[in-house]
Design a protein around this ligand. Sequence first.
Ligand code: IFM
Length: 443
Amino acid sequence: MTRRFPDGFLWGASTAAYQIEGAAAEDGRGPSIWDKFTRRPGAILNGDNGDRACDHYHRFGEDVELMKRLNLNAYRFSISWSRVLPYGAGGVNKAGLDFYDRLLDRVAEAGMEPWICLYHWDLPQALEDKDGWLNRDVAGWYADYAQLIVRRLGDRVRHFATFNEPNVATFKGYGDGEHAPGIRGRKTALQALHNMNLAHGLGMQAMRAERSGLLLGNIYNLHPVEPATDRPGDREAAEMLDAMWNRAFPDPQILGRYPEALAEEMTPYIREDDFKIITQKLDYFAFNHYTRLRAKHDSNHPFGIAEVPPPQNRPQTAMGWEVAPDAFLAQLKEAKERYGNLPIYVTENGAAYPDTVDAQGRIKDRDRIEYLRAYLTAIHDAIAAGVPVKGYFVWSLLDNFEWALGYSMRFGLVHVDYDTLERRPKDSFHFYAECAGQNGVDS
Ligand code: IFM
């Protein structure tokens, strides 16, 4: 049976600059924190980096053609801040802006609506050299950058998102140190978190001052959390993970307060009127979702948390993430209940599996197809239950650089041969093209 989605539903794909663009030192791009972090011995699996990635910078025309074949009506990508502002502030790199012009023109020709995310984790290294997200001034630098992008690209783009998964950028970048810039600490994570919230608020104000009629939001990262056992330590760890992972950004930005588990500890960072800046009206509620999380107590972690893998009898992806469409449905319902009746967009969802190219050159990624089918069915169920889901963006169009895991994890609908850079649609590509084409999922 085909479950049809409401008319006008958005079928998209998401990517991120550092993960696909490559051309790291071309046409005046400045280094970002990921260019530096990937040089740290042991930081990235196999010593991989994004210098060349999928070479999307030169092959974007071919990639937009692939999106056309997918029947997409939306494409979400991020801007590399250091490509347009090599020093983070001042000194605009015209060649960098020109690249995004060319990309947007192609996206428009292909009949897709562009969604721009301003920050997908790649802070200019020049700003990190001034303490990056630990320096309150970063909020102003970010707002200037946001304004520049809207000034230059806002005539062709309506949807802008201030951040992608700010929780990951702070807690992995400045908390457990597994992501750039690789800082480990509790206070550093909290300081970065507050400064990122401030940047969101100032960025929203700057974009609205620059242009009217934009549709603005932030892209959260929401995953229901369970304690690994009933022990008090594990319950506390789950509560803290829920606060940090799920609530630390949408709560202040929409509800005007930090979650209870963090509230007291946040007070040293909050100045008078900060919440007036942070709590801006959002035009949509966007979030990324992949799985359900389990937490236990770990005294070596800055926040006392260790993530626990799913029980062995549960299906899981190559990332070790449980396939749990029931958790997704619960998350969709909770988003509506907790944050009000904003239009909801799922801006990332997908799965990594160890794909292989067979002798006929085909990639039979049945697991990924079944994952997508189950998660799209959950969206259909959510809509039937009154949750206003307006669009879905698969992660990802292409296999790409999966941060600390380098190129070992393949999330794409399109296989990328990292030696030749040849793109090869997987079976899931055809599945998703059919869903987008018929505005529905067969289940
Ligand atoms: O690759 C990432 C992406 O950059 C952010 N969301 C999760 C994806 C898979 O880990």
